[in-house]
Ligand binder design. Sequence first.
Ligand code: GDP
Ligand code: MG
Length: 166
Amino acid sequence: KSGFVTIVGRPNVGKSTLMNQIIGEKIAIMSDKPQTTRNKIQSVYTENDFQIVFIDTPGIHKPKHKLGEYMVRAAKDTLGEVDAILFVVDESPSIGPGDEFIMEVLKDVRTPIILVMNKIDKIDQEKFNALYSLYKDKELFSDIVGISALEGANLQVLIDKIIDFL
Ligand code: GDP
Ligand code: MG
């Protein structure tokens, strides 16, 4: 099994930390060779029987000008070509405008989306439950998982969920 996954989310939610933890735990091939003109291989996670390629996308930000609109379109095209999308949010107790905008973009994309609630090490069970209920009824997401990228908590659960979509 193998497939392509892309990680999206507003700045500072922990996308790079997540990527580094997944790649760092089980040593994998790092590559920055361009694969296609649009997609850039960020890194490849390999185990005996599967391989997950994490792909960079242009950041999704609310366009302030025409070039921004082009970036959003390019991101949508890339997102449509992968096997799964990880949409990363942090422990903030509400859905802010940055997250709302990304969710608007994701509505037009047919790829399965896993909502990754990161930084759960910062909140207690009660706050986790409140956060979970914010997202659980949204049809946008095929799956939801809480993790701590920093502490490496629940990463195997996340990987297993990704494998389901490959
Ligand atoms: P990115 O902008 O989405 O790539 O976010 P980064 O990976 O650069 O992380 C932003 C900040 O959040 C850094 O200071 C990380 O150490 C911190 N961070 C990332 N993941 C976690 C986590 O699971 N728990 C905590 N407490 N901090 C985290
Ligand atoms: Mg980053």
